[in-house]
Ligand binder design. Structure first.
Ligand code: NDP
Length: 266
């Protein structure tokens, strides 16, 4: 039996095991997918191999650190410098990033010309990179400087979140790619956020599975809102395809089926 897992901290909220296990079962693949609460990425290589995993997803806050320990990083993950999907190929760890396209599928039908990304972690990197590839102007704002350096080096416009109080720019979309919603807080000061919402059209929060203050506040200001549920689905389909070598077209109907069941419950 093949084993897969999702590593992160926190991890209890993750719906990835439900999506993957249901689809593996439906495709009659002898495999299981579990979640693993990771304290630190130190010794991750040894852990990954000792657990006998064929592949794994990586989530908050380890995507950049695990990218650094991969033997090879493929596709857009090279530019992003963060991986959410890894496989064991002949005892080498190969890393991929399916978050970028997973995010973009949510907005591709919308007429978006510019975006504000809040947060500068692994997911923000994926989102900023795909937006730039699609010729959408992006500003990255983060509460602290350190994680912004990556974006500065890549030529993105960046600022500290507090500096947004001086901005008068209008945004087609504001994306909360911080982990604030997991902790039930707003990603930046309420008055600054409300002022940004007053001149924006869509609010997107990567969080899924529960109400969050960011989207509630956006709704009050009349914005269209999108949560992270479909991003989870759209990153999981290619991830399972990478794990199993099965075409995405065979995976998609089963994942969509269980996605609908999960979202009816919420
Ligand atoms: P990281 O840990 O890599 O980055 C977290 C970012 O959030 C950092 O920029 C950090 O700032 C910022 N941050 C953390 N807490 C707060 C807060 N209270 N207020 C303001 N900023 C804060 O996480 P990821 O990028 O991997 O993930 C971010 C979120 O996106 C998580 O909630 C994750 O679950 C979700 N996610 C959802 C997906 C989906 O499919 N729906 C896919 C991927 C991620 P600093 O740099 O100062 O520490």
């Amino acid at each position: 039996m093949k084993l897969f897992a999702v590593f992160g901290n926190p991890i209890a909220h993750s719906k990835s095991p439900i999506l993957h296990n249901y689809t593996l079962y439906k495709l009659k693949i002898n495999a299981r997918y579990c979640r693993y609460l990771l304290d630190s990425s130190k010794d991750f290589r040894e852990l990954f191999f000792s657990l006998g995993l064929s592949g794994a997803n990586i989530t908050i806050p380890f995507k950049e650190e695990i990218a650094k320990i991969c033997d090879e990083v493929c596709g857009i993950a090279q530019k992003i410098g963060a991986v959410n999907t890894i496989i064991n190929k002949n005892n080498k760890i190969i890393g991929y990033n399916t978050d970028a396209l997973g995010f973009y599928k949510n907005i591709e039908s919308k007429n978006i010309k510019n975006a504000l990304v809040l947060g500068a972690g692994g997911s923000a990197r994926a989102i900023a990179m795909i937006l730039r590839e699609k010729n959408i102007d992006v500003i990255i704002a983060n509460r602290s400087k350190k994680n912004l350096i990556f974006f500065d080096k890549k030529g993105f416009e960046t600022c500290l979140s507090d500096e947004l109080s001086k901005s008068t720019k209008e945004f087609d979309i504001i994306i909360n790619a911080t982990s604030s919603s997991i902790n039930d807080t707003l990603p930046l000061q309420k008055d600054i956020l409300e002022s940004l919402f007053e001149r924006s059209k869509i609010a997107f929060d990567l969080m899924y599975g529960k109400k969050c203050k960011f989207l509630e506040s956006a709704k009050e200001k009349g914005l269209d809102t999108i949560d992270g549920a479909k991003m989870l689905l759209y990153q999981a389909i290619p991830a399972l395809s990478i794990f199993t070598n099965i075409d995405e077209s065979r995976i998609k109907p089963h994942m969509e089926e269980i996605y609908k069941i999960i979202n009816k419950e919420n």
